[in-house]
Design a protein around this ligand. Structure first.
Ligand code: NAD
Length: 491
């Protein structure tokens, strides 16, 4: 074992090194199957140690008691350091996750933006003072929980972590981050940068480990007082059940099967591009991917022809090629899962209009690539229409009118997002209000803003991240009353 190439992780002042091969997580570069990095794997015993160190930091370091503007200074510094290391972090992101270079840069920029935003929130946050109804005044304060666990998926490393760590720190908590075993490297870098920016030791610890042991140990640990999870709905359900038993709050950002609707009065050219980027961006590995397309029947054939032509032009290739629009899927195993859904759709009577295979290109042979795929001829009840595929697979269905598309759009267990293309804003308002989803996009898709809340309805989650809601997620409210009575209080 070449120990020097295996990254350790840090619990407080102590570096933890793998002592044998069983203690290593190997990250594979999805573009070519090479080793992207080897990381020491945390165990449940490390969770115990990390929780103890985090509690120590929470209770005995000044962080929670700092004035918000003082916390802001460190959060700004973390953002600045992320930006200073933009290129090297993006490079690590690219080999860990296989995302195209431009997207990797965006992930780092977004992560830095989260820290800057929550620094600004710290500077401007106001607690509530209630108008008195007697000889007292009362106020509601946001207090930290203590130690919070943040568990993240593989599809947007560093951005997913920053979206949790920045507000959790802003609220005064200590944070334990467990990244996905598929992409364990960026969280280690984020923890390092947090320390270098001046956060006290133990306030942010990254624990690269497996979900079923390290993730589960975090959720069950009595010292963890809040869990913030992003990942699949079934994992979220299991975490929510444990949190329910423990009576601790959870934030759950889960899966989706978002309807993307095109009305016959839409600007077709823009809608075609919007629908394609809504599903094929990030190779479909996006929780908000517009994976169920509904096109009004009167324009169905014309729209689908244009969409297939547009999709044929998409450039699938190696992530470090600046012209590439779609990179590989995160792993060979995940590609097999995606391909399995396409086979299932065929078996259920679907027609593959384009894609449905891996690219036939010798340069991509060793990577886990899959072509952008469009399927029609299924009903909304088919498994490919009901289950999250999390890959570049779009299922298309026609609809007749507003009532029909609202019924079909909402006929899903999920409720993360929805989009529509129409020239009629009154219709957009009606349909947008009727759709059961946490984010609705009109004549745009996958737009996001750090200050705009994000989260799901139904099986897509509980709670909201981003914006002021993001800070509230990591805070508990304490009400305080100050008596001003002129006379002693009697019974
Ligand atoms: P996943 O649920 O398999 O894993 C997510 C994380 O949970 C990983 O770190 C994993 O190790 C951990 N984990 C697994 N089992 C656990 C357990 N029993 N206890 C505690 N932790 C456990 O999800 P994934 O495959 O990594 O990511 C893809 C999923 O994430 C998709 O469903 C996608 O929609 C969802 N996602 C949602 C959002 C959102 O904001 N709503 C964003 C990105 C991804």
């Amino acid at each position: 074992m070449n120990a020097s190439s295996i990254k350790p992780f840090r619990v407080g002042a102590e570096w933890r090194h793998a002592s044998d091969e069983t203690q290593i997580l190997t990250s594979i570069n999805p573009a070519d199957g090479s080793v992207a990095g080897r990381v020491t794997r945390a165990t449940p015993a490390d969770v115990d140690a990390a929780v103890a160190v985090a509690w120590e930091a929470f209770h005995h370091q000044p962080w929670r008691h700092l004035r918000p503007d003082q916390r802001a200074t460190t959060l700004y510094e973390i953002g600045r350091r992320l930006t200073a290391e933009r290129e090297s972090l993006a490079r690590l992101q690219m080999i860990d996750s296989g995302k195209p270079w431009k997207e990797c840069l965006h992930m780092v920029d977004a992560a830095a933006g989260h820290f800057r935003y929550y620094a600004a929130v710290c500077e401007t946050w106001q607690n509530e003072v209630t108008s008195p109804r007697g000889e007292y005044f009362s106020m509601a304060l946001a207090e930290p929980f203590g130690v919070v666990a943040c568990i993240t998926p593989w599809n947007s490393p560093i951005m997913n972590e920053a979206q949790k760590v920045a507000p959790a720190l802003a609220a005064g908590n200590a944070v334990l981050v467990k990244p996905s075993e598929e992409t364990p490297q960026l969280a280690l870098e984020l923890a390092r940068i947090c320390g270098e920016a001046g956060l006290p030791e133990g306030l942010v610890t990254a624990l690269p480990g497996l979900g079923e042991d390290v993730g589960a140990a975090l959720v069950r640990h009595p010292g963890v007082r809040m869990v913030s999870f992003t990942g699949g709905t079934e994992t979220g359900r299991a975490i929510g059940a444990i949190a329910g038993q423990r009576l601790i709050p959870v934030g759950l950002e889960l899966g989706g099967k978002s309807p993307h609707i095109v009305f016959d009065d839409a600007d077709i050219e823009r809608a075609v591009a919007g629908v394609a980027s809504g599903i094929f961006g990030s190779a479909g590995q996006s929780c908000v991917a517009g994976s169920r397309l509904f096109v009004q029947r009167s324009i169905y054939k014309r729209f689908m022809d244009q969409l297939v032509t547009f999709t044929r032009e998409l450039r699938v290739g190696l992530p470090d090629d600046a012209n590439v629009q779609m990179g590989p899927l995160v792993s060979q195993g995940h590609r097999d899962k995606v391909a399995g859904y396409v086979d299932l759709a065929r078996a259920e009577g679907g027609t593959v209009l384009i894609g449905g295979d891996r690219p036939r290109d010798a340069r991509l042979e060793r990577g886990s690539f899959y072509l952008p795929t469009i399927i029609d001829g299924l009903t909304n009840q088919a498994r490919a229409c009901r289950e999250e595929i999390f890959g570049p697979v779009l299922v298309a269905l026609p609809f007749d009118d507003e009532a029909d598309v609202i019924a079909q759009g909402n006929d899903t267990p999920f409720g993360l997002a929805a989009g529509m293309w129409t020239g009629d804003y009154a219709r957009a308002w009606r349909v947008g209000r009727a759709l059961e989803a946490g984010s609705i996009w009109i004549n745009t898709y996958k737009q996001s803003h750090i200050a705009t809340p994000f989260g799901g309805f139904k099986d897509s989650g509980i709670g909201r991240e981003k914006g002021l809601h993001g800070l509230r997620l990591y805070s508990q409210v304490k009400s305080m009353y100050f008596g001003m009575h002129a006379q002693p209080m009697g019974l």
